[in-house]
Write a protein that binds this ligand. Structure first.
Ligand code: NAP
Length: 273
């Protein structure tokens, strides 16, 4: 890739960002589309300074990751209504030095799900009540899905269930309920703890759809068990690529090269694990 005086800069702001696959994915997309741009990982403790830097240097867009997804809201000029309802931002678009905040985790997850299941009227158990669960739950509720939440700690679980106006159960009390869809949003089963699964196997019912947002490993223990029990499975790469492809579309106005983005992420993960 040729870098010159016209090269446009994008990046991810977070802490830590050393394991982020966003640079790999977005740089592969820019290269495939012949766009003169680069995407870097910016690890920072100084969020306010970083946001001032985005404006001052006219950096055209950024991804926002842990721990800044909610903290960044007061520093932005405009917030998309869905992102505002979720209370978290994962994407900034710089339009003429006005910073606009969006949440493509929500739209990315929806797209990953809608490729496999018509959502309206379906029942869904969300495992976890953190940022990913909040984004996915808010988007699913607006699609007419009947949600319930299971979480380890009652505080966070009850708080998300109250804002989604849905039932909550503590993870340890989860009974033998059957839902059309189950979405796993905790880090349980993530590398290196790849032999962990947050729910008992008997909860995995034949014909249901099980999505895990974890993508390292690509096939978690939960997804392996779900397959063994006749469930349809969706791994975390789909959500990750769709949230990134939506960012690419917002930043460039072009159709994202989804195959290229998926391949780059898969290759990086296969090399890593
Ligand atoms: P978060 O806000 O920190 O929430 C973590 C959630 O997991 C909380 O509900 C927490 O429960 C629960 N949890 C943590 N450790 C647990 C354990 N040992 N047993 C049971 N529950 C546990 O994190 P997040 O931002 O939602 O991210 C969660 C996962 O999603 C991460 O693995 C992240 O990489 C992944 N993610 C993937 C994508 C994608 O595009 N595929 C996008 C966003 C996030 P408590 O309330 O009890 O602490």
């Amino acid at each position: 890739m040729k870098i010159d005086q016209h090269t446009i800069l994008y990046g991810v702001l977070g802490r830590p960002v050393g394991h982020s696959l966003s640079p790999t994915m977005h740089n592969a997309a820019f290269s495939a589309k012949g766009i003169n741009a680069v995407y870097l990982a910016f690890e920072t403790e100084d969020l306010e300074g970083a946001v001032r830097g985005l404006k001052a240097l006219n950096i055209k867009g950024a991804s926002i990751t842990i721990p800044f997804k909610s903290q960044i809201i007061p520093y932005l000029d405009e917030i998309d209504p869905l992102a505002s309802r979720i209370g978290a931002i994962n994407t900034i678009v710089n339009r003429d030095r006005r910073l606009m905040g969006f949440n493509t985790d929500a739209s990315g997850a929806l797209r990953a799900l809608e490729e496999r299941i018509a959502l309206s009227g379906k029942s869904c158990l969300i495992i976890g009540a953190g940022g990913a669960a909040r984004a996915i739950g808010t988007a699913l509720k607006e699609k007419g899905v009947n949600i319930s939440i299971a979480n380890r700690s009652p505080d966070r679980g009850n708080s998300l269930a109250a804002s989604l106006e849905c039932p909550f159960v503590q993870l340890k009390d989860l009974g033998d309920t059957k839902t059309d869809l189950m979405i796993q949003t905790t880090p349980v089963g993530m590398y290196p703890d790849v032999d962990l699964c947050p729910i008992p196997e008997h909860m995995l019912k034949k014909g249901s759809v099980v999505m895990d947002v974890i993508y390292n490993p690509i096939e978690t223990k939960l997804l392996k068990l779900a397959k063994r029990n006749g469930c349809h499975t969706i791994n975390g790469i789909h959500m990750f690529v769709f949230q990134g492809s939506e960012q690419f579309r917002m930043w460039t106005g072009l159709d994202p090269p989804i195959d290229v983005m998926t391949r780059s992420v898969r290759k990086a993960l296969e090399k890593r694990f």
